[in-house]
Design a protein around this ligand. Structure first.
Ligand SMILES: Nc1ncnc2c1ncn2[C@@H]1O[C@H](COP(=O)(O)OP(=O)(O)O)[C@@H](O)[C@H]1O
Ligand SMILES: [Mg+2]
Length: 226
């Protein structure tokens, strides 16, 4: 479905992505790696917010490099942001109505009771759910979630995980960026690990923990505990 070939990106002298090749099928893929590994940059490139210095990206056999985020969204590549973007002064339902006429998604996201509430009055977990709902009503073929659990309690994170697991059955491919490993393991079929702009692992989540390079990347950093 999505194929990245030798994607590289530099900022100034800093090699942020170094020849990343990655294929994504209809699956739930976890993209993990310590802070600064290049995860958000990778999402920015896939979703058209940044252009790579070199490499190719094919989405359903079409080269998509150079396309704008809005065009890619029309093709079905939709992402959420690490820092949540919703219309804060609109109510929950008004936020959804900016995109579709159908409010049934609010039920799936347990936001029905909050539908008349302004987005700025929502809890962290609720606003995160709203942001994912806003991405989903656009009917993504590929949904890119950038740290959907950050800042959330375990309970709120689990709620989002449950929703994400349900979406998995609807033929949407999902890529989830996360810097902590544990949160990911129940949610995804496969993980890739980025470290210092390089892809150092691609495989089953349970094998990632046993992998020497992955352990070095994590246990050598301050993000050991997750
Ligand atoms: N627009 C930018 N200009 C310069 N450096 C950037 C920019 N965006 C990201 N970086 C740098 O690129 C590296 C990777 O960042 P990022 O992709 O955000 O990592 P992650 O999401 O894995 O934490 C970091 O060192 C970051 O400081
Ligand atoms: Mg990031």
């Amino acid at each position: 479905m999505l194929r990245l070939i030798d994607i590289s990106k530099n900022f100034g002298g800093l090699k942020v992505l170094d020849r990343i090749s990655l294929e994504m099928k209809k699956e739930k893929l976890g993209i993990i790696g310590p802070n600064g590994a290049g995860k958000t940059t990778l999402f920015n490139i896939i979703s058209g917010f940044l252009k790579p210095d070199s490499g190719k990206i094919f989405f359903m056999n079409e080269n998509i490099i150079g396309k704008k985020p809005s065009d890619l969204a029309k093709l079905g590549i939709i992402r959420t942001f690490q820092i949540v973007k919703v219309f804060e002064n609109l109510t929950v339902e008004e936020n959804i109505l900016t995109i579709v006429d159908d409010l049934s998604i609010l039920k799936d996201f347990d936001l029905e009771e909050k539908r008349k509430e302004k987005a700025k009055n929502l809890s962290q977990g609720e606003i995160r759910r709203l942001s994912i709902a806003l991405a989903l009503v656009r009917r993504p073929k590929i949904l890119l979630l950038d740290e959907p659990f950050s800042g959330l309690s375990k309970k709120e994170a689990e709620k989002i995980l449950t929703i994400i697991n349900e979406i998995g059955g609807n033929g949407t491919s999902i890529a989830i960026v996360e810097h902590r490993m544990r949160e990911m393991f129940d949610a995804v079929d496969r993980v890739v690990v980025l470290n210092g702009g390089k892809l150092i692992f691609d495989g089953y989540p349970e094998d990632a923990l046993e992998n020497k390079s992955v352990r070095e990347a994590y246990f050598g950093s301050k993000y050991v505990k997750g």
